[in-house]
Design a protein around this ligand. Structure first.
Ligand code: PGA
Length: 221
């Protein structure tokens, strides 16, 4: 059976010092015997990818890395952008199309499509975030995270049943390996999602910021 995917999105949080503390706490995860059934992907800010990578390697932690964003341009004269080749030095995954990118940074479906293409071109696996059934699932995408806007950061998750229905509809029309649910996932509710048919994992924002809470989510998933 394929492992559950548990993705942490740290968003625009953590200084270097705070990241070190988070990593020290999370390294307890090494003693758990779940690595075959659960796969953990952490998406820190760009500024922290290097220390995350080094810490994970030095401590042999069962954690993979993703970025939270990717430039839709290649290497070159694009001030302030981080491109796929640069991300690939540190990570194997990237979030694409998060509602905060679509909403606060004006990323429309065509930009999201470019970002998916860039990820694949640079050997990264995109985790395509969708907010509803109308979002496009672009060619080459194998991981989708359904994150309805009303559930993000509100403490009011969607129901596992809703998420399961959306999963069925999306999986009927595209060939996906993973369909994740995201939006107010906590240690208390994670199992209700991961035990529901059609849901292959979760994407966690707020409750991944506290490393102890995130460990509980992984344990309970
Ligand atoms: P949340 O965020 O867990 O704080 O709702 C999820 C996300 O935006 O990825």
């Amino acid at each position: 059976m394929k492992p559950l995917l548990i993705v942490a999105n740290l968003k625009s949080n953590k200084t270097l010092g705070e990241a070190r503390e988070w990593l020290e706490t999370i390294s307890k995860i090494k003693d758990r015997k779940f690595s075959n059934q659960k796969k953990i992907i952490v998406c820190p800010p760009f500024t922290l990818l290097q220390i995350f990578r080094d810490f994970i390697l030095e401590n042999n932690l069962p954690i993979e890395l993703g970025s939270q964003n990717i430039s839709h341009f290649p290497q070159g004269a694009y001030t302030g952008e981080i491109n796929g080749a640069q991300i690939k030095d540190f990570a194997n995954y990237t979030l694409v199309g998060h509602s905060e990118r679509r909403g606060s940074f004006g990323e429309d479906e065509s930009v999201v499509e470019e970002k998916v293409r860039m990820s694949i071109d640079y050997g990264l696996t995109p985790i395509l975030c969708i907010q509803n059934i109308d979002n496009k699932i672009f060619q080459g995408v194998s991981i989708v995270a359904y994150e309805p806007v009303f559930a993000i950061g509100t403490g009011r998750p969607d129901t596992p049943q809703d998420a399961s229905e959306i999963s069925k509809k999306i999986k009927d029309k595209s060939k996906l390996e993973y369909f994740l649910y995201g939006g107010s996932v906590s240690a208390d509710n994670v199992r209700s999602f991961t035990e529901t048919e059609g849901l292959d994992g979760v994407l966690v924002g707020t409750d991944s910021l506290d490393a102890e809470k995130f460990i509980s989510i992984v344990n309970n998933a």
